[in-house]
Write a protein that binds this ligand. Structure first.
Ligand code: PLP
Length: 410
């Protein structure tokens, strides 16, 4: 049985050195967690420990440092497998982020399985990372992209989705939780319906992996991708999960060392999974330091983190709804802790600047989801996104700074 650890946000904050810093003379309030999360001390120390005690290239070396580095690297793979409930460790491929993971899958899976006239279904809410790679492979293979419509709140129109499905559908690639609005989409229904038509499904888990319980076997998605830096881990780490049978039938993405069994000028044979998709020296230090990040989440438990973050989300939503001229986009119940809003008479960029003067970091703009902004008829939003270490006092500080900034702008 895991040991019960009571949720004490002040104790949790002590594990994040950056939270002690000041910005413009004020206590930092970091509300840009959907862009990247801050790192606990264990992650920072793992990086330093690797470089100061066992830095070596992995898998090929026959010396102590190489053995230690290889073991630590592969331990993270195992930790990721547990984190998302994969069946096999070789289904976990390390990349440098969600973007690279989707490029890998679109390029390699698309090369093997797409033909002229085939259809790829995306949604109106996708991050550019889950649009452009599909456009690139669609252009190459003569495939067609179809887009799931959405309602004005930012929820996917499921009737619209079902109407798009046909024998031509080969891939459905959708975001689990929208980075721009926070809305959680009904991926289980999408996966079931796509599979009934024989289509594969990729779930962009960049925003869901840190907040929701992920079990890829139960979900039954064919691919699930996410970034290490959004789950309190280092930048430059990403995961591409794929069902073993499908990954085995895909050609490699990049060629080079590590991904081969034998190379000759006549014929090269490729390595087994997962190495077939990991050409060259990987991001060893950062992958190793991803494990303590996952341990941080596991120790607290996603349920406890969610309860805490949801309390913040409920509070800020209620308070924003009381501010004159502020409109929350996507004010629905089923969300990750993200709130996106527009304010009359205040351009999001001006607002971000004024909030920063108060030590508050938020994200503004189109959130790499330009088609979504166009559909909503807005240039962008101001987005607050919470993590395990945020507090109600920070929400108070934010509300005071927001009201003050709006007064200055109007
Ligand atoms: N997909 C979603 C939903 C995201 O929120 C992000 C990043 O914000 C990405 C993809 C791209 O992630 P990365 O920049 O880590 O590759």
């Amino acid at each position: 049985m895991p040991k019960f650890v009571p949720y004490d946000v002040q104790v949790i904050r002590q594990r994040f050195p950056i939270l002690n810093r000041k910005v413009k003379g004020k206590d930092l309030v970091y509300f840009d967690n959907a862009a990247t999360a801050q790192k606990p001390i264990e992650v920072i120390e793992a990086l330093s420990h690797y470089y100061s005690t066992y830095n070596a290239n992995i898998h090929r070396g026959l010396h102590t440092l190489a053995d230690e580095a290889t073991a630590a690297f592969e331990e993270t793979r195992n930790a990721v497998k547990e984190f998302i409930g994969a069946a096999h460790v070789e289904e976990i491929i390390f990349t440098k982020g969600t973007t690279e993971s989707i490029n890998l899958i679109a390029s390699s899976w698309g090369e093997a399985f797409l033909s002229k006239g085939d259809e790829i279904i995306l949604s109106s809410l996708e991050h550019h990372a889950n649009i452009v790679p599909w456009q690139m492979i669609a252009e190459k293979k003569g495939a067609v992209i179809k887009v799931i419509p959405m309602n004005d709140e930012g929820q996917m129109d499921m009737n619209g989705f079902h109407a798009l499905l046909s024998e031509k559908t080969k891939m459905v690639a959708v975001v689990h939780a929208s980075n721009a609005l926070g809305i959680i989409h009904p991926v289980e229904e999408i996966i079931r319906a796509a599979h009934e038509r024989g289509a594969a499904v990729l779930i962009d888990g960049a925003q869901s992996s840190v907040h929701l319980d992920i079990d890829v076997r139960e979900m039954d998605c064919d691919f699930y991708v996410f970034s290490g830096h959004k789950v309190y881990g280092p930048t430059g780490t990403g995961i591409a999960y794929g069902k073993k049978q499908i990954l085995e039938s895909m050609p490699p993405f990049l060629g080079g060392g590590e991904m081969i069994k034998e190379v000759s000028f006549e014929k090269t044979t490729y390595n087994d999974l997962p190495f077939k998709f990991e050409a060259g020296t990987p991001n060893i230090a950062d992958v190793i330091a991803l494990r303590p990040a996952l341990e941080f989440i596991n120790q607290l438990g996603k349920f406890a983190i969610r309860e805490h973050e949801n309390a913040l989300l409920i509070e800020i939503t209620a308070r924003l709804q009381q501010v004159e001229g502020v409109r929350i986009i996507g004010a629905v119940d089923h969300k990750v802790p993200v709130v996106s809003f527009v304010a009359d008479g205040a351009h999001p960029q001006d607002l971000a600047y004024l909030l920063d003067n108060n030590g508050i970091a938020v994200r503004t703009g189109h959130h790499c989801a330009q088609p979504l902004m166009k559909r909503l008829g807005i240039v962008g939003t101001t987005r607050v996104s919470f993590a395990a270490y945020n507090t109600l006092q920070e929400v108070d500080a934010f509300m005071v700074a927001l009201e003050k900034s709006l007064k200055m702008l109007r």
